[in-house]
Design a protein. Structure first.
Length: 263
């Protein structure tokens, strides 16, 4: 008995329009998948960017701490050689960073701006350049402004070396991004300028007055431009202490005891 097999040609080779429809459907599905993937990537990027920014700032903060540690080592070398802390500012002559810079790879001339090296520029500073900026200011009660009747202070006169800040992140008050040599505009907890070193031991644990904490071009006689700058993560400023250690202090954590030396 013979079996007759019938082939349906249309099933083996569907019409061209049917094949095109299937290709379009497949292409449309692939496009949807691509859009979903792009959307997921966008979400992940949105989630990761803040984390990456924080990690980047954390790295800059670590570099800033290292800068101040190097400055602290150079400062201790200066103190060991002279027995005094460097002058904070001598109008038209020199300032603390130039005196210390000669011990940190700078030109061996405290009267020459070339004594300042890249370690005096904060990596998180808003305005940066080739490394000649000064982004840190000194405590005027340690590195004194030299005027008539005011001289450098002996290292032995600072009694609380692990508590007293000598250098810290400062406001950039010039268009070039420089900071004042000393914190002459900082006010203690009582509202008086720390420059006069008239602190009260009873207030040693009280926070100093918070300044503008913003980089802004100001005339050099405006005290608002001479203050701490909390430019790092969690609103913190990197600080160097008299014993040579460096750490970060958040806004509100800088105390009278950190800036006064008269007790």
């Amino acid at each position: 008995m013979k079996v007759k097999v019938v082939f349906n040609a249309s099933s083996l080779c569907p019409p061209a329009n049917a094949r095109a429809s299937k290709r379009i459907a497949a292409a449309a599905f692939t496009l949807i998948e691509l859009l979903v993937v792009i959307g997921i990537i966008g979400i992940l990027v949105g989630l990761l960017l803040p984390t990456l920014a924080k990690a980047k700032e954390k790295g800059r903060s670590i570099n800033c701490v290292n800068n101040l540690k190097q400055i602290g080592t150079a400062m201790l070398m200066y103190v060991n050689d002279s027995g005094y802390y460097p002058p904070g500012h001598v109008a038209g002559v020199t300032e603390w960073d130039l005196c210390v810079g000669t011990y940190a790879g700078g030109i061996n001339d405290p009267l020459n701006p070339g004594a300042r090296t890249k370690i005096f520029a904060c990596p998180s500073a808003r305005v940066t350049d080739a490394g000649t900026n000064l982004n840190y200011s000194a405590n005027p009660n340690v590195c004194k402004e030299i005027t008539a009747g005011i001289t450098q202070i002996r290292a032995s006169s600072v009694l609380r070396v692990s508590d007293v800040v000598i250098v810290a992140d400062a406001i950039q008050y010039t268009a070039e991004g420089n900071s004042h040599a000393i914190f002459w505009g900082v006010q203690g907890s009582s509202g008086s300028f720390i420059y006069y070193n008239d602190g009260n031991a009873a207030n040693a644990g009280a926070p100093i007055q918070i300044g503008a904490d913003a980089d802004k071009v100001l005339v050099d006689t405006d005290p608002a431009g001479s203050n701490f700058r909390f430019r790092h993560g969690n609103n913190s400023a990197t600080t160097l202490f008299s014993d040579g250690h460096a750490s970060s202090l958040k806004k509100g954590q800088v105390l009278d005891g950190h800036v006064y030396t008269d007790y």
